[in-house]
Design a protein around this ligand. Structure first.
Ligand code: FAD
Ligand code: AMP
Length: 476
């Protein structure tokens, strides 16, 4: 007899595990199927984000930032530190500890919420049955019968034929979190979010980093005023960004990698120690859906869903990276909560206009809402106000007075349409801007809100004042 559940979730990343927890909180009998095997060879919850994505990358960014700061910034603060050295193994070990703490935490939450964790590969069959096959191939497949199924199988790195991975010298983002020493020369294909974050880690530790980006514009989906400032800062840090670069071939040799690429200046050859391929991610649906389940995928391979994340068959939902929308952990988690509420008979809702986006470089880049280019493109009348961190006391005290906050507000209603930040702690500052957009605040609302002094948040206050040309600490 198949075990019966109200909900079976396939995938325990931030979309799936959050969906499972909310379903259980709402009194639904819930199972979550996942096949992840971690670095220690054990089944682990948390998916890409906790195991090889958001969390480990932030752990390495933090460590590398401390090292860089100790070498380059301490003297300005009057601190003399001799012989500062980087122990890469210790850095990777700390990263692994953080990952284990968090993935173990999800396991405890599953126990506390009485969620059945089915360890193995899940496959959706007809009539909302899910077949679970043990990852090691030992033991018989088990069948779970569900009233509802949530597909949350996530995404996987895209590969390109011109740069086949060898797992040693040519690696994807997962491999780039496991280098055992600092590569002297490092090339990265793709100057997107992941390429820039990983490039920053190894650049800070001493690698000579070259990013090869196919697009002619840097961070083409970001507000271009912010992108220009970012490129200026990254170039100053020694990151070499080659735009309009088409990689023709990459070949791993015993001691190096040869990368050939073309750009507007002609053909080039690079010799590096490691190559990271970071050209984006694709929805992961390998062996996820049996033909008889009759689930529609779109032309890019995402599970086709409606606004409520319903797939084309009753009782089947899909959330997170495996469906349309930005591939972000928090977007997937919110969809997980939404779908759980809908299944339990309530109302689920995600405001896709208020999803924060962050690049955790230094300075950080963070934004929510529309870019200036999008507003121009759609003919929406707007006013813009900007304020530089160079005029902010807290940023100066931190010795991190670079970048700016830029607020875009509707020219007639003053409603905040977009907030774009490049600067220290931009990711944390952005939360206020997300709230402003969620609450449909006006720039005037932000301008009339008291911000503690001295604080980085004062830049948001001043940028909001600047929308109305009445910033106090800069000439308007
Ligand atoms: P995933 O996290 O990919 O989880 C899917 C899970 O499903 C996995 O555990 C997988 O094993 C399992 N699975 C798949 N198919 C099956 C099956 N058939 N049977 C059983 N189990 C299955 N996002 C952010 O928001 N912030 C960041 O800072 C950030 N940094 C990132 C850094 C890196 C290096 C990378 C690679 C990604 C980063 N992301 C970040 C993106 C983020 O990791 C993803 O958006 C997020 O993990 C998507 O969540 P998900 O639950 O949809 O899928
Ligand atoms: P993201 O989607 O943020 O992870 O970024 C991936 C980046 O890789 C984008 O900026 C893409 O333009 C870039 N990219 C994709 N394919 C290639 C390629 N073949 N060569 C160089 N860059 C690429």
């Amino acid at each position: 007899m198949a075990q019966e559940f109200d909900v079976v979730v396939i995938g325990a990343g931030p979309a799936g595990y959050v969906a499972a927890i909310r379903c259980a909180q709402l009194g639904l009998r819930t199972a979550c199927v996942d096949k992840w095997i971690n670095k220690q060879g054990k089944p682990a919850l948390g998916g890409t984000c906790l195991n090889v994505g958001c969390i480990p990358s932030k752990a390495l960014l933090e460590s590398s930032e401390h090292y860089h700061s100790a070498v380059h910034d301490f003297p300005r603060h009057g601190i003399k530190a001799k012989d500062v050295k980087m122990d890469v193994a210790a850095m990777i070990g700390r990263k692994d500890e953080v990952v284990l703490k968090l993935t173990g935490g999800i396991e405890m939450l599953f126990k506390a919420n009485k969620i059945h964790w089915a360890k193995g590969h899940g496959r959706l069959l007809a009539n909302r049955q899910v077949e679970v096959t043990p990852v090691d191939g030992k033991g018989e497949p088990e069948i779970l019968q569900a009233a509802n199924v949530i597909l949350a199988s996530g995404s996987t790195p895209m590969e390109i034929a011109s740069a086949p991975l060898d797992g040693k010298r040519i690696v994807d983002s997962t491999g780039a979190l496991e280098f055992t020493e600092v590569p002297k020369r490092l090339a990265i294909i793709g100057a997107g979010v992941i390429g820039l974050e990983l490039g920053s880690v190894w650049n800070r530790l001493g690698s000579k980093v070259v990013l090869l980006e196919a697009q002619d514009k840097f961070l083409f989906h970001t507000d271009q005023q912010i992108a220009k400032e970012a490129l200026r800062q990254f170039t100053k840090q020694g990151l070499e960004v080659r735009l309009g670069a088409r990689v023709m071939s990459a070949k791993a040799n015993p001691k190096s990698v040869t990368v050939q690429f073309k750009d507007s200046e002609g053909d080039h050859k690079l010799q590096v120690d490691k190559l990271i391929v970071a050209v984006g991610r694709r929805p992961y649906t390998d062996n996820l859906i049996a033909p008889e389940a009759d689930i529609l995928l779109d032309e890019k391979g995402f599970v086709h869903v409606d606004e409520d994340n319903r797939a084309n068959q009753p009782g089947i939902y899909a959330i997170g990276d495996v469906v349309r929308g930005p591939m972000l952990a928090h977007k997937g988690s919110e969809e997980g909560v939404k779908v759980a509420e809908i299944i339990a008979g309530g109302h689920g809702h995600v405001n896709y206009e208020a999803i924060p986006l962050v690049i955790y470089t230094a300075p950080e880049i963070a934004w929510v809402g529309k870019t200036e280019e999008q507003l121009k493109g759609t003919g929406v009348p707007y006013r813009s106000g900007a304020f530089p961190f160079a005029a902010n006391g807290r940023a100066l005290a931190m010795d991190q007075a670079v970048g700016m906050v830029k607020i875009l507000a509707h020219a007639e209603t003053d409603r905040v349409l977009g907030v774009h930040i490049i600067g220290p702690m931009a990711s944390e500052l952005l939360q206020e801007a997300v709230l402003a957009i969620e609450f449909e605040a006006s720039a005037e609302d932000l301008a009339r809100t008291i911000h503690a002094h001295p604080g980085l948040g004062e830049t948001i206050h001043e940028a909001a004042l600047a929308v109305d040309k009445r910033a106090l600490h800069k000439a308007n």
